[in-house]
Structure formats: C-alpha cells, structure tokens
Design a protein around this ligand. Structure first.
Ligand code: CAA
Length: 258
C-alpha cells in the first residue's frame, strides 16, 4: 500500500516508519495516525520484520495531534467518534518491539506516541513536552499517565501544568529516554539497535516486551509470578534449545522467526 503521510521501508528485518508531514511538523492528523496503524498492522503480519522504528524529521518527531483539524470539533463529536483512540492505540498494542527515534519536537500526541513505544532513543536536539494546557486542553493519548509513570509525579505535573519542554539531557537523566545520540546518527543507530533485536528469538523478544510491560499493570508479586511462568514456558521453544546449545558449542545461535 502507498502512503501519503508516512514513509515505510524495510531494512534487514527492521520496519522503519517515518512521519512525513514536513509542513506541519508531522502533526498527527487522523490520516497520518490511520496510515501509521495500517503500517504497524502490516509489519506485525510480516514475518521478515522483527522490530520496528518510528521516527520523524530532524526538526520534529511530531508536534502533537493536528490542532487545525480538531479545533472545530464539539464534545459530542469527540465522544461519539472516540477521538484520539482509533489508530493511536495500535502503537501500544503492537506486539513486536517498537523503538521511537526522536529528534526535534515530540510534543503532545508526539510525546505520547513516543512513550507508547518500548523505548526512546533521543537525538541531542530532542524536546519533549505536553503543551496541551497552552491551547486550553490536556493530554489525551495517555500522556498524563505514561509521563507520570516514567518521570514521576512532580516532573509530570510541572510539565503538564506549565507546558514546558524537556531537553534530551534532562529526559535521559529522569529516565524518559534510554540514550542520547548525535542527531546526524539517530536513525542509523535506531535501525542498528532494532536489527540487534530482530535477530534474537522472535518469541523471546515478544515475551520480553510482554513481561516488562506487565510491571505497569500489576503488583510486584503478580508480575514476578507471571515472569517466572513465562520463563518456564521458554523451555518449550526451539529457540531455547538453539540458544543454549550454541552457547555450549561456542557458536552463534540461529533463531527461527516463530
Ligand atoms: N497541529 C497542526 N499544525 C501544527 C502543529 C500541530 N500540533 N504544530 C505545528 N504546526 C504547524 C504550524 O501551524 C505551522 O504551519 P503554517 O506554516 O501553515 O503556519 C507549521 O507547523 C510550523 O510550525 P511553527 O511555525 O509554529 O514552527 P515553530 O518552529 O515556530 O514552533 C512549535 C514549533 C513550538 C512546535 C509550535 O509549532 C507549536 O507550539 N506547535 C503546537 C504544539 C502543541 O500544542 N501540541 C499539542 C497538540 S494537542 C495534542 O497533541 C492532544 C493530545 O494529547 C493527543
């Protein structure tokens, strides 16, 4: 399928999705989010894809939901259509690992989409924020919840109440991003990181995502129990046999795609 608002490439077992609305700083229009969801679904079904990278431009990952598109909506419109749901939730629902490679602005829905990914690699130019308060609204794609879990109440409250942006260094210090990368190398580094994931056992990477995410959904005791049961289940996979045999035989493992 051809897309108008995103660019989709497959690079050595990695799906690369680039937001492509340069005139609007990649504002997340309904069309863009629909295409994003469609591309993610296709990559989930494509057995050649083992990990996915979402990125934007040098200037903006995405400057939020499209304000021009939503400004005239009424409350019944947004409620009945379940605005900011269709397509948006596909990012968090994706079962394959997804990396956000963020340069420039990741604001409002842009910050929220980045936080739905499994981890964020930030260019030194990255700016994160939930500035919705400045246009008379508040986060609607999970920002108030995910930002608070990631950086704590005090910083999340300050950012959501004032709309101030957080640069890459602060974002790394507080745990919002996993690493900072020079802007010129961001996409290559993100793809290369995704390639490292894509050659691992497919069920293992999907299970890691599942068990780590469980930490946000349940108590410590339940999470640990879930992890242990899933660890035990790994002994039912051919990749456990291959991975452990390869270690003992001092060779590289060759994992399957299922
Ligand atoms: N929606 C629609 N258009 C947007 C946009 C957005 N979120 N962000 C930027 N644009 C457009 C601008 O209107 C402008 O278009 P024109 O040239 O046609 O006027 C173009 O992108 C370039 O933007 P600026 O001229 O403003 O660029 P700048 O460098 O001076 O400022 C910025 C950059 C600080 C990011 C500024 O554009 C800005 O504040 N954008 C809005 C950020 C925002 O409020 N995001 C939250 C949206 S609401 C939301 O996301 C809800 C949710 O939780 C899902």
């Amino acid at each position: 399928m051809s897309y108008e608002t995103i660019i989709v490439e497959i690079r050595d077992n990695v799906g690369l999705i680039t937001f492509n609305r340069p005139d609007a700083l990649n504002a997340l229009s309904i069309a863009l989010v629909g295409e994003l969801a469609d591309a993610l679904r296709a990559m989930e079904k494509n057995s050649d894809v083992g990990a996915i990278v979402l990125t934007g431009s040098e200037k903006a990952f995405a400057a939020g939901a499209d304000i021009k598109e939503m400004q005239s909506k009424s409350w019944p419109d947004t409620y009945v259509d379940d605005f900011i749901t269709d397509g948006w939730e596909q990012v968090a629902a994706c079962r394959k690992p997804v990396i956000a490679a963020v340069a420039g602005f990741a604001l409002g829905g842009g910050c929220e989409i980045a936080m739905m990914c499994d981890f964020i690699l930030a260019a030194d130019t990255a700016q994160f924020g939930q500035p919705e308060i400045k246009i008379g609204v508040w986060p609607g794609a999970g920002g108030s919840q995910r930002l608070t879990r990631l950086v704590g109440k005090s910083k999340s409250m300050e950012m959501c109440l004032t709309g101030r942006m957080m640069g890459a260094e602060e974002a790394e210090r507080v745990g919002l991003v996993s690493r900072i990368i020079p802007a010129a190398e961001l996409v290559e580094e993100a793809v290369s990181t995704a390639q490292k994931i894509a050659v691992m056992s497919r069920p293992a990477t999907m299970m890691v995502k599942d068990v780590v995410n469980r930490a946000y959904e349940t108590t410590l005791a339940e999470g640990v129990r879930y992890e242990r049961r899933m660890f035990q289940a790994s002994f039912g996979t051919p990749d456990q046999r291959e991975g452990m045999a390869a270690f003992v035989e001092k060779r590289k493992p060759v994992f399957g795609k299922s």
